[in-house]
Design a protein around this ligand. Sequence first.
Ligand SMILES: Nc1ncnc2c1ncn2[C@@H]1O[C@H](COP(=O)(O)OP(=O)(O)OP(=O)(O)O)[C@@H](O)[C@H]1O
Ligand SMILES: [Mg+2]
Length: 373
Amino acid sequence: MTLDSPPSAGLHQRILDNLSHAVLMFDSMLELVFINPAGEMLFAISTRRLLGQSADEILPADSPLLAALRRGLQSGHAITEHEVQLSLPGQHKLTADCTVTPLRTRPDDSGLLVELRPLDHQRRVAREEQQIARQQTFRTLVRGLAHEIKNPLGGLRGAAQLLERELPAADLKEYTAIIIGEADRLRNLVDHLLGPNTIACKESLNIHRVLEHVRQLVSTELPPGIRIRTDYDPSIPHVTGDRDQLIQAVLNVVRNAVQALGDEGEITLRTRARRQFTIGSRQHRLVCQACIIDNGPGIPEELVENIFFPMVSGRADGTGLGLSIAQSLLNQHDGLITCKSRPGHTQFCLLLPLEAASPSAEKTTAPEERNQA
Ligand SMILES: Nc1ncnc2c1ncn2[C@@H]1O[C@H](COP(=O)(O)OP(=O)(O)OP(=O)(O)O)[C@@H](O)[C@H]1O
Ligand SMILES: [Mg+2]
Protein backbone atom coordinates (compact mmCIF):
# COMPACT_ATOMS: atom_id res chain seq x y z
CA MET A 1 0.00 0.00 0.00
CA THR A 2 1.27 3.49 -0.80
CA LEU A 3 0.51 6.78 0.90
CA ASP A 4 -1.86 7.83 -1.88
CA SER A 5 -3.94 4.65 -1.60
CA PRO A 6 -5.84 4.86 1.70
CA PRO A 7 -6.38 1.59 3.57
CA SER A 8 -9.62 -0.17 2.70
CA ALA A 9 -12.38 -0.97 5.21
CA GLY A 10 -11.39 -4.61 4.84
CA LEU A 11 -7.88 -3.82 6.01
CA HIS A 12 -9.23 -1.88 9.01
CA GLN A 13 -11.32 -4.90 9.91
CA ARG A 14 -8.35 -7.25 9.61
CA ILE A 15 -6.23 -4.96 11.81
CA LEU A 16 -8.91 -4.92 14.52
CA ASP A 17 -9.41 -8.68 14.23
CA ASN A 18 -5.73 -9.35 14.75
CA LEU A 19 -5.02 -6.92 17.58
CA SER A 20 -3.97 -8.77 20.73
CA HIS A 21 -5.65 -6.09 22.91
CA ALA A 22 -9.39 -5.87 23.41
CA VAL A 23 -11.16 -3.05 21.56
CA LEU A 24 -14.81 -2.19 22.30
CA MET A 25 -17.10 0.56 21.09
CA PHE A 26 -20.13 1.83 23.03
CA ASP A 27 -22.71 4.27 21.67
CA SER A 28 -23.93 7.33 23.57
CA MET A 29 -26.49 5.17 25.42
CA LEU A 30 -23.59 2.99 26.55
CA GLU A 31 -24.76 0.09 24.42
CA LEU A 32 -22.06 -2.12 22.97
CA VAL A 33 -21.89 -1.67 19.20
CA PHE A 34 -18.52 -3.28 18.43
CA ILE A 35 -16.09 -5.74 19.99
CA ASN A 36 -13.02 -7.30 18.38
CA PRO A 37 -12.07 -11.01 18.74
CA ALA A 38 -9.54 -10.27 21.51
CA GLY A 39 -12.34 -8.52 23.44
CA GLU A 40 -14.67 -11.43 22.84
CA MET A 41 -12.07 -13.77 24.25
CA LEU A 42 -11.50 -11.57 27.28
CA PHE A 43 -15.22 -11.45 28.08
CA ALA A 44 -15.58 -15.15 27.25
CA ILE A 45 -18.98 -14.48 25.65
CA SER A 46 -19.73 -14.56 21.96
CA THR A 47 -20.03 -11.25 20.08
CA ARG A 48 -23.61 -12.15 19.17
CA ARG A 49 -24.62 -12.22 22.84
CA LEU A 50 -22.61 -9.15 23.78
CA LEU A 51 -23.67 -6.74 21.02
CA GLY A 52 -26.61 -4.56 21.96
CA GLN A 53 -26.13 -5.14 25.69
CA SER A 54 -25.62 -2.08 27.82
CA ALA A 55 -22.45 -1.52 29.84
CA ASP A 56 -24.55 -1.97 33.04
CA GLU A 57 -25.50 -5.45 31.93
CA ILE A 58 -21.98 -6.46 30.94
CA LEU A 59 -20.08 -4.98 33.87
CA PRO A 60 -20.75 -5.13 37.63
CA ALA A 61 -22.26 -1.97 39.16
CA ASP A 62 -19.05 -1.12 41.04
CA SER A 63 -16.77 -1.71 38.06
CA PRO A 64 -14.11 1.01 37.65
CA LEU A 65 -14.49 0.59 33.89
CA LEU A 66 -18.18 1.49 34.10
CA ALA A 67 -17.26 4.60 36.11
CA ALA A 68 -14.61 5.51 33.49
CA LEU A 69 -17.20 5.10 30.70
CA ARG A 70 -19.63 7.46 32.42
CA ARG A 71 -16.88 10.01 33.10
CA GLY A 72 -15.71 9.79 29.50
CA LEU A 73 -19.22 10.41 28.23
CA GLN A 74 -19.77 13.37 30.57
CA SER A 75 -16.38 15.06 30.14
CA GLY A 76 -15.81 14.36 26.45
CA HIS A 77 -12.12 13.75 27.31
CA ALA A 78 -10.07 10.59 26.92
CA ILE A 79 -9.40 8.77 30.18
CA THR A 80 -6.66 6.29 30.91
CA GLU A 81 -6.80 4.20 34.07
CA HIS A 82 -3.80 2.09 35.06
CA GLU A 83 -3.89 -1.29 36.77
CA VAL A 84 -7.66 -1.40 37.08
CA GLN A 85 -9.12 -4.51 38.74
CA LEU A 86 -11.87 -5.85 36.49
CA SER A 87 -14.44 -8.55 37.19
CA LEU A 88 -15.56 -9.78 33.82
CA PRO A 89 -18.60 -12.00 33.32
CA GLY A 90 -17.77 -15.67 33.54
CA GLN A 91 -14.13 -14.86 34.33
CA HIS A 92 -11.97 -14.42 37.36
CA LYS A 93 -10.67 -10.96 38.23
CA LEU A 94 -8.06 -9.45 36.02
CA THR A 95 -5.82 -6.40 36.10
CA ALA A 96 -5.72 -4.21 33.01
CA ASP A 97 -4.82 -0.76 31.76
CA CYS A 98 -7.94 0.84 30.21
CA THR A 99 -8.31 3.78 27.88
CA VAL A 100 -11.73 5.29 27.16
CA THR A 101 -11.79 7.73 24.21
CA PRO A 102 -14.92 9.69 23.26
CA LEU A 103 -15.41 9.35 19.51
CA ARG A 104 -17.91 10.97 17.15
CA THR A 105 -19.48 8.04 15.29
CA ARG A 106 -22.08 10.04 13.29
CA PRO A 107 -22.67 13.77 12.91
CA ASP A 108 -25.49 13.51 15.45
CA ASP A 109 -24.06 10.87 17.73
CA SER A 110 -20.88 10.08 19.58
CA GLY A 111 -19.66 7.00 21.37
CA LEU A 112 -16.80 5.66 23.42
CA LEU A 113 -13.87 3.66 22.20
CA VAL A 114 -12.48 1.35 24.90
CA GLU A 115 -9.08 -0.32 24.82
CA LEU A 116 -8.24 -2.96 27.42
CA ARG A 117 -4.68 -4.15 27.89
CA PRO A 118 -4.62 -7.05 30.39
CA LEU A 119 -1.53 -6.80 32.56
CA ASP A 120 -1.75 -10.25 34.15
CA HIS A 121 -1.19 -11.68 30.71
CA GLN A 122 1.69 -9.30 29.94
CA ARG A 123 3.33 -9.97 33.32
CA ARG A 124 2.99 -13.71 32.87
CA VAL A 125 4.49 -13.58 29.39
CA ALA A 126 7.39 -11.39 30.59
CA ARG A 127 8.05 -13.70 33.56
CA GLU A 128 7.93 -16.78 31.35
CA GLU A 129 10.29 -15.21 28.83
CA GLN A 130 12.74 -14.37 31.58
CA GLN A 131 12.54 -17.87 33.04
CA ILE A 132 13.09 -19.53 29.66
CA ALA A 133 16.17 -17.36 29.07
CA ARG A 134 17.57 -18.11 32.55
CA GLN A 135 16.94 -21.83 32.22
CA GLN A 136 18.56 -21.95 28.78
CA THR A 137 21.63 -20.02 29.96
CA PHE A 138 22.00 -22.33 32.92
CA ARG A 139 21.55 -25.45 30.80
CA THR A 140 24.19 -24.23 28.32
CA LEU A 141 26.57 -23.63 31.21
CA VAL A 142 25.97 -27.07 32.68
CA ARG A 143 26.29 -28.76 29.28
CA GLY A 144 29.59 -26.98 28.70
CA LEU A 145 30.86 -28.11 32.08
CA ALA A 146 29.63 -31.67 31.47
CA HIS A 147 31.55 -31.76 28.18
CA GLU A 148 34.73 -30.60 29.86
CA ILE A 149 34.38 -33.28 32.53
CA LYS A 150 33.66 -36.05 30.05
CA ASN A 151 36.95 -35.87 28.14
CA PRO A 152 39.44 -36.19 31.03
CA LEU A 153 37.11 -38.76 32.61
CA GLY A 154 37.61 -41.05 29.62
CA GLY A 155 41.39 -40.69 29.99
CA LEU A 156 41.21 -41.38 33.72
CA ARG A 157 39.18 -44.53 33.23
CA GLY A 158 41.43 -45.81 30.43
CA ALA A 159 44.56 -45.22 32.54
CA ALA A 160 42.98 -47.07 35.49
CA GLN A 161 42.26 -50.06 33.22
CA LEU A 162 45.84 -50.13 31.94
CA LEU A 163 47.13 -49.86 35.49
CA GLU A 164 44.86 -52.72 36.58
CA ARG A 165 46.46 -55.02 34.01
CA GLU A 166 49.95 -54.16 35.21
CA LEU A 167 49.31 -54.49 38.93
CA PRO A 168 51.39 -57.28 40.52
CA ALA A 169 49.02 -58.07 43.40
CA ALA A 170 45.33 -58.94 42.98
CA ASP A 171 44.29 -57.11 46.17
CA LEU A 172 45.57 -53.82 44.69
CA LYS A 173 43.01 -54.19 41.88
CA GLU A 174 40.38 -53.28 44.44
CA TYR A 175 41.61 -49.68 44.17
CA THR A 176 41.56 -49.51 40.38
CA ALA A 177 38.08 -51.07 40.46
CA ILE A 178 36.96 -48.15 42.63
CA ILE A 179 38.44 -45.62 40.17
CA ILE A 180 36.72 -47.36 37.23
CA GLY A 181 33.41 -47.73 39.07
CA GLU A 182 33.34 -44.08 40.18
CA ALA A 183 34.39 -42.90 36.71
CA ASP A 184 31.43 -44.85 35.28
CA ARG A 185 29.07 -43.32 37.83
CA LEU A 186 30.31 -39.83 36.98
CA ARG A 187 30.01 -40.53 33.26
CA ASN A 188 26.42 -41.59 33.77
CA LEU A 189 25.66 -38.36 35.55
CA VAL A 190 27.46 -36.32 32.89
CA ASP A 191 25.48 -38.10 30.15
CA HIS A 192 22.29 -37.19 31.97
CA LEU A 193 23.46 -33.59 32.28
CA LEU A 194 24.12 -33.46 28.56
CA GLY A 195 20.57 -34.62 27.97
CA PRO A 196 19.20 -36.67 25.10
CA ASN A 197 21.60 -36.68 22.19
CA THR A 198 19.38 -38.12 19.49
CA ILE A 199 18.32 -35.90 16.62
CA ALA A 200 14.63 -35.09 16.80
CA CYS A 201 12.57 -36.98 14.26
CA LYS A 202 9.40 -34.96 14.02
CA GLU A 203 6.12 -36.29 12.66
CA SER A 204 2.47 -35.45 12.93
CA LEU A 205 1.13 -37.26 15.98
CA ASN A 206 -1.80 -37.52 18.32
CA ILE A 207 -0.86 -36.18 21.77
CA HIS A 208 -3.23 -38.70 23.34
CA ARG A 209 -1.16 -41.57 22.00
CA VAL A 210 1.86 -40.11 23.82
CA LEU A 211 -0.09 -39.71 27.06
CA GLU A 212 -1.63 -43.17 26.82
CA HIS A 213 1.78 -44.73 26.20
CA VAL A 214 3.13 -43.08 29.35
CA ARG A 215 0.00 -44.11 31.29
CA GLN A 216 0.60 -47.73 30.33
CA LEU A 217 4.30 -47.55 31.18
CA VAL A 218 3.68 -46.03 34.59
CA SER A 219 0.65 -48.21 35.40
CA THR A 220 2.89 -51.24 35.79
CA GLU A 221 4.87 -49.58 38.56
CA LEU A 222 2.01 -47.82 40.39
CA PRO A 223 1.20 -48.57 44.03
CA PRO A 224 -2.41 -49.82 44.34
CA GLY A 225 -3.54 -46.56 46.02
CA ILE A 226 -2.68 -44.34 43.03
CA ARG A 227 -5.21 -43.85 40.26
CA ILE A 228 -4.62 -42.19 36.88
CA ARG A 229 -7.68 -40.43 35.48
CA THR A 230 -7.94 -39.06 31.94
CA ASP A 231 -9.82 -35.99 30.77
CA TYR A 232 -9.05 -35.64 27.08
CA ASP A 233 -10.38 -33.28 24.45
CA PRO A 234 -10.58 -35.62 21.45
CA SER A 235 -10.95 -32.73 18.97
CA ILE A 236 -7.37 -31.51 19.45
CA PRO A 237 -5.50 -31.55 16.11
CA HIS A 238 -2.25 -33.47 15.76
CA VAL A 239 0.95 -31.91 17.05
CA THR A 240 4.26 -32.01 15.19
CA GLY A 241 6.86 -33.65 17.34
CA ASP A 242 9.33 -36.41 18.07
CA ARG A 243 7.27 -39.19 19.65
CA ASP A 244 10.09 -40.58 21.81
CA GLN A 245 11.14 -37.17 23.05
CA LEU A 246 7.59 -36.21 23.98
CA ILE A 247 7.12 -39.57 25.73
CA GLN A 248 10.32 -38.89 27.67
CA ALA A 249 9.14 -35.42 28.71
CA VAL A 250 5.69 -36.62 29.82
CA LEU A 251 7.20 -39.62 31.60
CA ASN A 252 9.55 -37.40 33.62
CA VAL A 253 6.63 -35.25 34.79
CA VAL A 254 4.29 -38.19 35.51
CA ARG A 255 7.00 -40.09 37.42
CA ASN A 256 7.52 -37.03 39.61
CA ALA A 257 3.80 -36.96 40.36
CA VAL A 258 3.86 -40.66 41.30
CA GLN A 259 6.89 -40.10 43.54
CA ALA A 260 5.26 -37.07 45.19
CA LEU A 261 2.04 -38.98 45.90
CA GLY A 262 3.76 -41.84 47.73
CA ASP A 263 1.20 -44.56 48.45
CA GLU A 264 -2.04 -42.94 47.44
CA GLY A 265 -3.58 -40.17 45.43
CA GLU A 266 -4.85 -39.27 41.99
CA ILE A 267 -3.15 -38.12 38.83
CA THR A 268 -5.18 -36.50 36.06
CA LEU A 269 -4.02 -36.32 32.47
CA ARG A 270 -5.95 -33.47 30.84
CA THR A 271 -5.76 -32.09 27.31
CA ARG A 272 -7.26 -28.91 25.93
CA ALA A 273 -6.78 -26.72 22.87
CA ARG A 274 -6.08 -23.07 23.68
CA ARG A 275 -6.64 -20.17 21.33
CA GLN A 276 -4.43 -17.08 21.05
CA PHE A 277 -1.88 -18.42 23.49
CA THR A 278 1.59 -16.97 24.03
CA ILE A 279 4.52 -19.34 24.48
CA GLY A 280 7.62 -17.39 25.44
CA SER A 281 7.37 -14.27 23.31
CA ARG A 282 5.41 -15.87 20.45
CA GLN A 283 1.69 -15.69 20.18
CA HIS A 284 0.07 -18.75 18.61
CA ARG A 285 -3.40 -19.04 17.17
CA LEU A 286 -3.85 -22.49 18.63
CA VAL A 287 -1.87 -24.42 21.21
CA CYS A 288 -2.13 -27.97 22.53
CA GLN A 289 -2.10 -28.03 26.32
CA ALA A 290 -1.45 -31.36 28.06
CA CYS A 291 -1.59 -31.11 31.83
CA ILE A 292 -0.46 -33.60 34.45
CA ILE A 293 -2.24 -32.79 37.69
CA ASP A 294 -1.78 -34.51 41.04
CA ASN A 295 -3.35 -34.05 44.45
CA GLY A 296 -0.11 -34.65 46.34
CA PRO A 297 1.63 -32.42 48.89
CA GLY A 298 2.80 -29.87 46.32
CA ILE A 299 6.29 -28.62 45.49
CA PRO A 300 8.26 -27.28 48.45
CA GLU A 301 8.05 -23.47 48.41
CA GLU A 302 11.81 -23.01 48.38
CA LEU A 303 12.11 -25.14 45.23
CA VAL A 304 9.17 -24.03 43.15
CA GLU A 305 10.94 -21.15 41.35
CA ASN A 306 13.89 -23.32 40.34
CA ILE A 307 12.60 -26.82 39.61
CA PHE A 308 13.33 -26.56 35.88
CA PHE A 309 17.03 -25.90 36.54
CA PRO A 310 19.33 -28.93 36.35
CA MET A 311 20.32 -30.56 39.64
CA VAL A 312 17.53 -29.00 41.66
CA SER A 313 15.86 -31.78 43.61
CA GLY A 314 13.74 -32.16 46.69
CA ARG A 315 14.25 -35.91 46.85
CA ALA A 316 17.16 -37.59 48.67
CA ASP A 317 17.78 -39.93 45.73
CA GLY A 318 16.83 -37.46 42.98
CA THR A 319 19.36 -36.17 40.46
CA GLY A 320 17.22 -33.13 39.73
CA LEU A 321 17.46 -33.61 35.98
CA GLY A 322 14.01 -34.91 35.05
CA LEU A 323 12.25 -31.56 34.69
CA SER A 324 15.25 -29.78 33.19
CA ILE A 325 15.42 -32.43 30.46
CA ALA A 326 11.65 -32.32 29.93
CA GLN A 327 11.73 -28.53 29.59
CA SER A 328 14.63 -28.66 27.16
CA LEU A 329 12.76 -31.24 25.03
CA LEU A 330 9.65 -29.06 24.93
CA ASN A 331 11.74 -25.99 24.04
CA GLN A 332 13.14 -27.97 21.09
CA HIS A 333 9.52 -28.28 19.94
CA ASP A 334 8.96 -24.50 20.32
CA GLY A 335 6.93 -25.46 23.36
CA LEU A 336 7.08 -24.92 27.09
CA ILE A 337 6.25 -26.59 30.39
CA THR A 338 4.56 -24.43 33.01
CA CYS A 339 3.99 -25.30 36.63
CA LYS A 340 1.58 -24.22 39.34
CA SER A 341 1.59 -25.83 42.74
CA ARG A 342 -0.12 -25.64 46.09
CA PRO A 343 -0.71 -28.41 48.63
CA GLY A 344 -3.29 -30.78 47.15
CA HIS A 345 -2.96 -29.49 43.59
CA THR A 346 0.17 -29.56 41.45
CA GLN A 347 -0.21 -28.93 37.75
CA PHE A 348 2.42 -29.23 35.06
CA CYS A 349 1.24 -28.18 31.60
CA LEU A 350 3.05 -29.08 28.39
CA LEU A 351 2.30 -26.52 25.71
CA LEU A 352 2.88 -27.24 22.05
CA PRO A 353 2.02 -24.92 19.15
CA LEU A 354 -0.52 -26.19 16.63
CA GLU A 355 0.33 -24.00 13.67
CA ALA A 356 -1.07 -26.15 10.91
CA ALA A 357 -4.32 -26.84 12.71
CA SER A 358 -7.41 -27.36 10.60
CA PRO A 359 -10.03 -24.61 10.93
CA SER A 360 -12.73 -27.12 11.85
CA ALA A 361 -10.76 -28.17 14.89
CA GLU A 362 -10.35 -24.56 15.96
CA LYS A 363 -14.08 -23.98 15.96
CA THR A 364 -14.57 -26.63 18.60
CA THR A 365 -12.59 -24.58 21.10
CA ALA A 366 -14.45 -22.23 23.40
CA PRO A 367 -13.22 -18.65 23.15
CA GLU A 368 -12.78 -18.23 26.88
CA GLU A 369 -9.18 -19.24 27.14
CA ARG A 370 -6.59 -16.53 27.07
CA ASN A 371 -3.49 -17.96 28.72
CA GLN A 372 -5.06 -19.33 31.82
CA ALA A 373 -2.43 -22.07 32.13
N1 LIG B 1 4.32 -33.32 41.18
C1 LIG B 1 5.21 -32.92 42.08
N2 LIG B 1 4.85 -32.74 43.37
C2 LIG B 1 5.74 -32.32 44.28
N3 LIG B 1 7.03 -32.03 44.01
C3 LIG B 1 7.45 -32.19 42.75
C4 LIG B 1 6.58 -32.63 41.71
N4 LIG B 1 7.27 -32.66 40.57
C5 LIG B 1 8.52 -32.26 40.85
N5 LIG B 1 8.65 -31.99 42.18
C6 LIG B 1 9.86 -31.50 42.87
O1 LIG B 1 10.74 -31.02 41.89
C7 LIG B 1 12.01 -31.65 42.06
C8 LIG B 1 12.75 -31.68 40.73
O2 LIG B 1 12.19 -32.68 39.88
P1 LIG B 1 13.09 -33.39 38.78
O3 LIG B 1 12.27 -34.37 38.06
O4 LIG B 1 13.77 -32.32 37.99
O5 LIG B 1 14.23 -34.08 39.61
P2 LIG B 1 14.11 -35.36 40.55
O6 LIG B 1 12.79 -36.01 40.39
O7 LIG B 1 14.47 -34.93 41.93
O8 LIG B 1 15.26 -36.29 40.00
P3 LIG B 1 15.26 -37.11 38.61
O9 LIG B 1 16.42 -36.54 37.85
O10 LIG B 1 15.48 -38.50 39.02
O11 LIG B 1 13.99 -36.88 37.93
C9 LIG B 1 11.69 -32.98 42.67
O12 LIG B 1 12.80 -33.50 43.38
C10 LIG B 1 10.54 -32.63 43.61
O13 LIG B 1 11.04 -32.10 44.82
MG1 LIG C 1 12.10 -36.50 38.46
